[in-house]
Design a protein around this ligand. Structure first.
Ligand SMILES: Nc1nc2c(ncn2[C@@H]2O[C@H](COP(=O)(O)OP(=O)(O)OP(=O)(O)O)[C@@H](O)[C@H]2O)c(=O)[nH]1
Ligand SMILES: [Mg+2]
Ligand SMILES: [Zn+2]
Length: 318
């Protein structure tokens, strides 16, 4: 048996990288598929294995093999599967894993093209928080910045405790700062389509030669495509994961009463709520609402919170 890391998934092929720096194209052992099919009715996941998983496989030849076991995940990042393929037999939306065993997430956004959107950013942050993975915010395309607004957003998020790096692939602003936080970690680049994730990775590591901007504006507006992440080794202990574009994400598996815990800026006010079942909507004696009124929590963050709260479906299995 050989140990390795899943770096890419293409349909039923799992690319597994060994510590000998060799990649094998593997399939999953029949047992997995049988178990998966049997459980289907009770299943909430769309995939058995994910990018970032450590697996054991048996080599069938010099570049192919069969995966026999998947190690328990330290963590994993997910979202609700796209509506088209994500409905289970009961009509619920399933959980789609973006990647597992991630040390940090670079939540990438841009000043323009696409326009900076704090609500979208907050959805990515909430999903990262609920996976208990640290986030760093990157605001890219600073060369297109024409006013102070972006700095105000950067200040707001830094005050909450998120590191913010303002970058530009054109002027190379912030690239060195970004490069400094990557060594000896598995870092996932996440964010809306077109913000420049692949472009930034190409500048950081020119040998990568990732495709950029190959998604036309018209397809971007279409139905969400399947998320397939690619993990790239930089050195023995450093990996980056590029993820394909999405327009927006729906965090998966968050209960209404838990959502506030994924807003770190709300945390210190939660114990002030009169009712311990408070979801900070319009309950009397709400400590969060009071903190918003006092200007201690940014109104924009609270507004984001309310919008996410509104979209949480009362899924049966929570
Ligand atoms: N002006 C400007 N354009 C940039 C910058 N970074 C990337 N771009 C452009 O933005 C477009 C999208 O870049 P990509 O790197 O493909 O974006 P992405 O986030 O990987 O997009 P998806 O793969 O769809 O998720 C390309 O045309 C890039 O040249 C930047 O800092 N400034
Ligand atoms: Mg890309
Ligand atoms: Zn409250």
């Amino acid at each position: 048996m050989i140990k390795g890391l899943i770096t890419k998934i293409e349909s039923k092929d799992f690319y597994v990288l060994t510590n000998q720096n060799k990649t094998y194209r593997c399939t999953l052992r029949g047992k997995f598929k049988k178990e998966f099919a049997l459980k289907k009715d009770k299943l909430y996941l769309t995939d058995i294995a994910a990018v970032g998983d450590t697996v054991e496989f048996e080599a069938a030849n010099s570049n192919g093999g069969v995966v026999h076991s998947i190690e328990e995940r330290k963590n994993y990042l997910s979202r609700k599967a796209p509506k088209t393929k994500g409905a289970s037999y009961r009509g619920e939306r399933l959980e789609q894993i973006i990647a597992s065993n991630v040390d940090q997430i670079i939540v990438t956004s841009s000043v323009h093209q696409p326009e900076f959107n704090n609500k979208t950013l907050d959805r990515f942050l909430v999903a990262s928080e609920s996976a208990h993975i640290n986030s760093v915010i990157v605001i890219n395309k600073s060369d297109l910045n024409t006013n102070d607004e972006i700095n105000n957003w950067a200040d707001l998020y830094e005050e909450i405790g998120y590191p913010v790096i303002v970058t530009s692939a054109v002027t190379k602003n912030g690239i060195e700062d970004l490069k400094k936080i990557l060594p000896n970690k598995i870092t996932l680049f996440w964010g809306q389509s077109g913000v420049g994730k692949s472009t930034l990775l190409n500048i950081l590591f020119p040998q990568l030669n990732l495709k950029v901007g190959d998604i036309s504006e018209s397809t971007r507006k279409g139905v969400h495509t399947t998320v397939t992440s690619i993990m790239i080794p930089i050195d023995e202990n450093t990996f980056v994961i590029d993820t394909p574009g999405v327009r927006e994400i729906d965090p998966y598996g968050i209960k209404k009463e838990d959502l506030s815990h994924y807003f770190p800026d709300f945390e210190e006010y939660l114990s002030n709520c009169k009712f311990n079942t408070c979801i900070h909507y319009h309950e009397p004696g709400c400590g969060v609402i009071y903190a918003v009124e006092q200007g201690e929590i940014a109104f924009e963050r609270y507004d984001s919170y309310l919008r996410i709260l509104d979209t949480i479906e009362e899924d049966l299995h929570f």
